[in-house]
Design a protein around this ligand. Structure first.
Ligand SMILES: [Zn+2]
Ligand SMILES: [Zn+2]
Length: 233
């Protein structure tokens, strides 16, 4: 019996270099070439799955919405069959998906990596890049001294507008309390302050947030709801 895993494939996380376009599974003609988990496949079958065979958490999600017809729900559960392209003897994949999942459609002529067989950019290259980015962020954090802007790493002097945060330093817990400061209000450092404000508020419920006193930065925002817009960025 083949174990069918709910796919966690997220099309946003990776785009093959040669993708034609991405679209919902139901709009892709059977027989199309698609990219799935860094590999090229033919989509050979899409079927709706009976409601009582859906994973329990999706049944619960549907019940909570109060829907009456799971067969036409835009996020219903389906099964897809995928055949590795050009390898008729190979075992196909059988996966549970949801109808709103998107897949990248490939052209008939596409390139694969000679080393690993992935559609470029290869999984290994993507992971390397993510590790390099995470390392860079950590190196920058480790170089911070008290009084430095926690976004750009440059000292904040009296000439600058600044946003500072009392309490434990969530970026560098080894530095003293009250050492988180950002060049204020405009530009990238100010944006970082707004993002830090989210973490800072979540760390201790009920805090009066330093950025809530700041002026609205988007002129089109009405007074109501402005903070939601600000803090969700
Ligand atoms: Zn490769
Ligand atoms: Zn700065």
């Amino acid at each position: 019996m083949v174990e069918m895993l709910m796919s966690t494939y997220q099309v946003e996380a990776w785009t093959p270099l040669e993708s034609h376009f991405s679209t919902e599974i139901g709009k892709i003609p059977i027989g199309s070439l698609i990219a799935f988990d860094y590999r090229p496949y033919r989509l050979t079958e899409v079927r709706d799955r009976a409601f009582d065979l859906w994973p329990a958490e999706i049944q619960a999600e549907y019940a909570q919405m109060g829907g009456t017809d799971p067969d036409t729900w835009w996020a219903r559960v389906q099964t897809i069959r995928l055949q590795p392209d050009g390898r008729h003897e190979a075992k196909g994949l059988h996966r549970l998906v949801r109808a709103h999942y998107r897949l990248h459609v490939l052209p008939e002529h596409y390139a694969v990596c000679h080393r690993c067989g992935d559609l470029p950019p290869c999984r290994e290259a993507v992971v390397d890049r993510q590790v390099a980015e995470a390392t860079k962020v950590m190196d920058q954090a480790m170089a911070l001294r008290p009084g430095d802007c926690h976004a750009c790493g440059e000292p904040v002097t009296g000439r600058h507008k600044a946003i500072s945060f009392p309490g434990p330093n969530l970026i560098r817990p080894d530095l003293p309390n009250g050492t988180v400061v950002f060049h204020g209000r405009h530009g990238e450092c100010g944006n970082s302050a707004y993002r830090y404000d989210e973490r800072w508020a979540a760390a201790e419920p009920g805090r009066a947030r330093p950025t809530s006193a700041l002026p609205v930065r988007w002129p089109s925002d009405s007074a109501r709801g402005q903070h939601h817009r600000l803090h969700r960025r």
